[in-house]
Design a protein around this ligand. Structure first.
Ligand SMILES: CC(C)(COP(=O)(O)OP(=O)(O)OC[C@H]1O[C@@H](n2cnc3c(N)ncnc32)[C@H](O)[C@@H]1OP(=O)(O)O)[C@@H](O)C(=O)NCCC(=O)NCCS
Length: 235
């Protein structure tokens, strides 16, 4: 498969192919998933800093330290230290999330997605022998009877050229062939490029909820559920 974008900003043709996963792709797939996930750390950190209770805590801390020491420099150092600690906490939670994915379906990709006769599959986008994008589909644990699109990620330098759209197209064609009527996916409030992709290929947001964990509740971290009803791409 190949793609050339119509946009003058992307005015070159990039030859790539979408193909099914092979064992040799294992490390590349896990690496693309990890880097795609990790790039949202900064946005989640800003989300944390926007929480009224965190802002109130930082203001209270400023006043308390100034009251105790009378030193602006000490105030700056302490507040800077607390902000750094918040950043490290967000990073730590992200790493836990990444490890979870790597221990779930991505631990044994062949077994999770590529069993003969199963209605699950994993695809990669290959460009000049390198893996630059991924997507998988498998029965949804949270919603029996539906299939879930997972692990959609494209290396940063190859974005905006239709790779994710083509990867999703392969997955949606696959489920249409298997007579699957409903495809869902879960994404978070910070994955805004992905929301545009999902809108573009015919998914509709159905639910929004705060991720059920204490750190997520503390920063009001929302997860969105999208659904695609007929398994046929709308573009
Ligand atoms: C989301 C992601 C996979 C999109 O990959 P991509 O290859 O750049 O997407 P495409 O080029 O196929 O774009 C498809 C459509 O999505 C929309 N889109 C994607 N990224 C966009 C952006 N940054 N700005 C505006 N629209 C965007 C466009 O409508 C585009 O269609 P069009 O060009 O025909 O209008 C990529 O940004 C990524 O890997 N992000 C990090 C990992 C991640 O968050 N994954 C989602 C997990 S839920």
């Amino acid at each position: 498969m190949n793609n050339s974008s119509g946009s003058p900003l992307k005015a070159f043709i990039m030859w790539y192919r979408i193909r099914e996963y092979r064992d040799a792709d294992y490390s590349a797939v896990r690496m693309i998933y990890t880097s795609g996930f990790r790039e949202h750390v900064g946005t989640v950190y800003l989300l944390a800093l926007k929480q009224p209770w965190i802002q109130a805590m930082l203001c209270g801390l400023c006043l308390l330290i100034y009251f105790l020491t009378g030193s602006i420099l000490t105030v700056i150092l302490c507040v800077g230290g607390v902000m750094l600690a918040i950043r490290m906490a967000v990073q730590y939670i992200f790493e836990q999330g990444i490890q979870l994915g790597l221990r779930e379906d991505l631990l044994d990709i062949r077994n999770s997605y590529m069993q003969p006769g199963s209605r699950s599959c994993f695809w990669v986008a290959e460009l000049k022998g390198s893996i630059v994008g991924t997507v998988g589909i498998l029965p949804c644990v949270e919603e029996p009877g539906a299939w879930e699109l997972k692990r959609i990620s494209v290396k940063k330098e190859f974005r905006g050229r239709g790779l994710a759209k083509d990867l999703c197209k392969s997955a949606l064609e696959f489920v249409a062939r298997h007579n699957v009527k409903r495809v869902v996916l879960f994404t978070s409030m910070v994955q805004t490029d992905a929301h545009k992709l999902y809108d573009r290929i015919g998914f509709k947001k159905e639910e929004e909820f705060v991720w059920p964990s204490l750190p997520a509740r503390l920063i009001n971290f929302m997860v969105f559920k999208y659904a695609h009803r007929n398994g046929v791409m709308s573009c």
